[in-house]
Design a protein around this ligand. Structure first.
Ligand SMILES: CC/C=C\C/C=C\C/C=C\C=C\CC(=O)SCCNC(=O)CCNC(=O)[C@H](O)C(C)(C)COP(=O)(O)OP(=O)(O)OC[C@H]1O[C@@H](n2cnc3c(N)ncnc32)[C@H](O)[C@@H]1OP(=O)(O)O
Length: 657
């Protein structure tokens, strides 16, 4: 184990064992140079050009952005700080001696550290690949290198390791985050990721905190303080911390499926019956305005949003959105269980039969409105005078995005501004001078986090650029799937850093190159050009121009178009099987049986399947085939007969298993 994993999105490679991102193909040596290409989540176009493959690769300290050895992070002290913070959220067993995080006293209490305290301690595993289980001390001790969505479609907290504890009597498995997993002894899935398999497990004792699960009447290990790094003596990321989310959206019990009660422990009454819990019913955890160990100490966390009035209490009332109307469940191909049936739960939220429901939550800098019936949220920047990207703004941005990401009702986000004439002025310049090294580290971490979360979002993202958008503002637009700009020539957009005498970070540049191509990006970056809207459209920096008053409608229409596709935002699913090394679709709504379909390393369906699988297909040599993507719906995650899981062949062909 070479390094630690920062609290990043699940797909971001850990330092210890590289994982593959959905948008990128992980670290690789640049052809002919022998130099490591960083970041591993580098541009899509570059990864394609280089004919990426899927094998897991170790990530040396030198390229870990949180390592002091990283040449790219900047000042050593900044690297140290970030590294230390990140490492503190990780199991100590996984930290290298060289990690500054190890400077934290080992005797520090680890309160509420579900699944890791006591017997739940995880052992070190070998390097692995996304979604792969690493063997541990025994066959029953598995670790997930990467986890995806839980069975309800919520993102499972990214963690480099997950201990899975079987309970053979109940036929269920419990991971160290208290989430119940289904298993059949041959393979386990968690949110669509194949996470286990092999010999029949044998039971292991688990601390109560990791058994209670959520949605039950016992402690709530996934909610609030128990999962908060701040409570376990380590720094927690507000982005992962449910306290930062303000409650809701973290329940992981499979909706509609009766989960078995956790095993009883002598002397401790077992938690009550597990009741599927609607995330919206979840009470807000207590939020302290400031936390001494928070990575964001200087400012208060946003308060819990009010629970939507249309969702009636009490918390354990069956969720009205819990079950899909039968007619909306896609018919399965012959002989294949619908994934929702396999899981015993509903697919991702269908169009609501209830009257259109809108929800809104707001923090200081961003207003979020969610149209549940459309499955589309609008994030409006409201940080006058110019929506500059301060640390506060960035943090709120990430929290809002994460909240939507974990909301099954939301499949797409439109980003726009509530400040007239300005989309965003880019990074807040006042954050970049006259501050401490720690602050710079924190600030840049937040910038990167914003970019990563947006770029890796499961949701369709559309930028409705209704004003000027220099530098970091342009980056936000570039990071979206689609850009529509108001056709006012007074509005300009571009990466103008050169005009400020600074150099755009290389990942700004990569994102820019992805959109406009190499030569245009080169000259534009060198000149620090801010392109008036018509020019921006001409060079492809924005996809279309519309009169400002029509921007909203157009963004909505584009979003609907995207969401109707069986891909990223869609709700369809595909089933694949492995025939002679090719991945062949055996059916799925909107997906022709027999067509060459790709899957991610997680198994069937899942997010960004197409993007990841393009590389997979390249590795498998079936690039010429027609292909489709499976959707991101909860219905994608399912347990299928092993013969239909392409994953083992996929991984072995790609050299990952
Ligand atoms: C791991 C990575 C490691 C290393 C990376 C290393 C190097 C990377 C370095 C930098 C990367 C930078 C990316 C950026 O985003 S830098 C920010 C670039 N932004 C700009 O250049 C925008 C400048 N602003 C404007 O062009 C205009 O203000 C405007 C078009 C946005 C709006 O024009 P207006 O005429 O409507 O408004 P103004 O009067 O100009 O401004 C009002 C008010 O707002 C203040 N302000 C403007 N922009 C910013 C900003 N970016 N940050 C903070 N404050 C800003 C402006 O000063 C005015 O304030 P006062 O009223 O004067 O107090």
């Amino acid at each position: 184990m070479r390094c630690c994993s920062p609290p990043r999105p699940a797909w971001v490679p850990t330092c210890s064992s590289s994982t593959r991102s959905r948008r990128s193909t992980g670290p690789a040596r640049a052809a002919g140079t022998g130099a490591w290409d960083w970041p591993p989540w580098r541009s899509r176009s570059r990864s394609r050009q280089r004919g990426s493959t899927i094998p897991a690769m170790l990530l040396p300290d030198a390229v870990c952005p949180h390592s002091t050895a990283s040449p790219r992070l900047g000042p050593r002290a900044a690297g140290d700080e970030v590294h230390r913070r990140c490492c503190r959220g990780q199991p100590r067993e996984l930290l290298p001696a060289s990690c500054p995080g190890m400077a934290v006293p080992l005797g520090e209490p680890e309160r509420g550290r579900a699944g890791r305290a006591g017997q739940g301690r995880t052992e070190r595993g070998s390097a692995g690949q996304d979604g792969m289980v690493q063997g541990g001390a025994g066959p029953w001790d598995h670790r997930i290198i990467k986890v995806g969505k839980d069975p309800q479609g919520h993102r499972v907290q990214p963690a480099p390791t997950t201990t899975i504890t079987p309970n053979p009597e109940q036929g269920a498995w419990l991971n160290n985050k208290g989430a119940w997993l289904s298993g059949n002894g041959r393979g386990l899935t968690e949110g669509g990721w194949l996470i286990g398999g092999g010999p029949t497990p044998r039971p292991r004792r688990v601390p109560l905190t990791s058994r209670a699960g959520n949605g039950g009447s016992g402690p709530r290990p996934l909610h609030g303080a128990d999962r908060c790094g701040a409570q376990r003596g380590g720094a927690c990321s507000a982005l992962l911390c449910p306290r930062g989310w303000g409650g809701g959206g973290l329940a992981t019990a499979p909706r509609g499926s009766p989960s078995p009660p956790p095993p009883a422990r002598r002397g401790v009454p077992p938690p009550g019956p597990r009741v599927p819990r609607c995330p919206l019913h979840a009470p807000c955890p207590p939020v302290s305005p400031t936390s001494p160990v928070s990575p964001y100490p200087p400012y208060p966390r946003p308060p819990c949003p009010p629970i939507s009035p249309h969702i009636p209490p009490p918390p354990q009332t069956p969720c009205p959105r819990g079950a899909a109307p039968p007619h909306l469940t896609p018919p399965p191909p012959p002989g294949v269980l619908p994934l929702s049936q396999a899981w015993g739960r509903a697919p991702r939220l269908p169009p609501s039969p209830l009257p259109a429901q809108r929800r809104a939550f707001s923090n200081n800098k961003i207003l979020v409105e969610l149209d549940e019936s459309a499955g589309v949220a609008t994030m409006k920047f409201k940080s006058p005078p110019v929506n500059s990207l301060s640390l506060d703004f960035l943090t709120e941005f990430c929290i809002s995005l994460e909240k939507l990401e974990n909301d099954r009702a939301c499949r797409g986000v439109i980003l726009t501004s509530a400040v007239p004439k300005i989309f965003s002025s880019g990074l807040d310049i006042t954050e970049m001078c006259g501050k401490s090294t720690e602050h710079y580290a924190e600030f840049w971490r937040a910038v990167q986090e914003m970019w990563l979360r947006l770029y890796s979002s499961n949701m369709v993202t559309v930028a409705a650029v209704n004003g000027s958008s220099p530098a970091g503002g342009c980056l936000i637009a570039l990071t979206c799937d689609y850009r529509i700009m108001a056709e006012n020539p007074k509005f300009s957009i571009g990466l103008n850093e050169a005009q400020l005498g600074i150099v755009a970070p290389f990942w700004f540049k990569d994102t820019f190159v992805n959109v406009v191509g190499h030569r245009v990006a080169e000259s534009s970056l060198q000149l620090g050009s801010l392109h008036p809207a018509p020019e921006a459209h001409r060079i492809g920096l924005v996809d279309e121009l519309v009169p400002e008053e029509k921007l909203k409608d157009r963004a909505t229409a584009v979003m609907q178009q995207w969401l109707a596709l069986p891909g990223k935002g869609g709700t369809s699913w595909a089933v694949t099987e492995c025939r002679n090394g090719d991945l062949t679709c055996v059916g799925g709504p909107g997906i022709e049986a027999g067509s060459c379909v790709s899957v991610g390393t997680g198994g069937v369906g899942g997010w960004e399947v197409g993007k990841l699988s393009k590389a997979v297909r390249a590795a498998l040599g079936c690039e010429g085939c027609a292909w489709h993507t499976a959707g991101r719906s909860a219905g994608c995650a399912g347990r299928l007969p092993p013969a239909q899981l392409a994953v083992p062949a996929l991984l072995s062909r790609a050299g990952g298993a």
